[in-house]
Design a binder for this molecule. Sequence first.
Ligand code: NAD
Length: 337
Amino acid sequence: MVLMDFMVRKILITGGLGFIGSSLIASLKRQYADQIQITVLDNSSYGGLGQLASALGCAIRSDENSATVIDNVIVHHGDVTEQNTVQTLVDDADAIVHLAAQVSVPLSTQNPAQDFEQNVVGLFYVLDAARMSDRKPKIVFASSNAALGEVEQPVSEVSLPKPISPYGASKLASETFLQAFSHSYGMNHVALRFGNVFGPGSFSNTGVVAKFIRQALGGEVLEIYGDGAQTRDFIYMDDLVRSIEQAVFLDNTDFELFQISSGLETTVSEVVEKICQEFVKAGLQQPDVKYGEKRSGDIVRNVSDVSRAKDILNWHAKTSFDEGIAKTVQWFLDQQE
Ligand SMILES: NC(=O)c1ccc[n+]([C@@H]2O[C@H](COP(=O)([O-])OP(=O)(O)OC[C@H]3O[C@@H](n4cnc5c(N)ncnc54)[C@H](O)[C@@H]3O)[C@@H](O)[C@H]2O)c1
């Protein structure tokens, strides 16, 4: 495939060894092969070299500069809170996809200082390094609907945010810094607020889809908290990755913020029903399901208005929930062989 924008030759992906990063890199490699040089900065606190190697279907090799190379992707082992490392890598990037983060809402509540350090300070160092770099690279930032918290549905870019966890607050703070720096220093950063991401590669992802599939494969009873009528807006990995790629190549002149989701509500009961159907189709025993106590703090509805992403980013989700679940269950089954 021909490169869409010849200005973007070198992409730095922080957190590139994780669930989303590995899929993004595999997709960029499929489309552009070595027309784009991809560099990863990851502290391996969650993702690992194995996840990326598996997404790329390639072996891991070390090069002489003590970085690791997988299919020409250079992986630096380091932390986004190491300012000097960040500056060196940012100086050599035309664009940055910032995925590195502490991603657990419960952990952010248990240790808000660590969440702040990893998520807000980490983003700030990347942002400030981009400001000081001659190339003035665009940052595409992985935000979340958690930045909005409990607000009227559907949520959109103009919803008034009321985050209810330190993790949500860290994402909102990061968005505001990206906006302020874009305005103050003439940069064009983009924040993408992801819904509930699911898809192949979710070995240990804590999302509800991966959790239920893992439980079902382990012969466990699938426990639905409450009556199962609570809704979420699920986004399949391939669609999510396409939104990140389009944001990297978007010809914007100022800060942009987009809701990235399917725009459709799916109940948790429907998720379980669909997974059970896929198990039966695969000739496996139908998992048992039980209804447990409603969890305090669980929001009742979550759905995004995605019209802005459609109009400006020229993006919308193409994979139906049913198709995405079928592919995800199949991926988990393939891993067992
Ligand atoms: N998966 C989802 O459903 C979802 C939804 C909304 C937003 N997001 C955001 O998308 C991004 C990627 O999420 P993911 O699902 O791939 O998570 P993940 O945990 O699989 O990947 C995050 C990666 O960042 C690395 N990392 C963490 N802290 C780091 C640090 N301080 N320095 C360097 N590397 C660090 C981890 O080792 C891991 O490889 C995160 O910012 C997350 O908040 C994810």
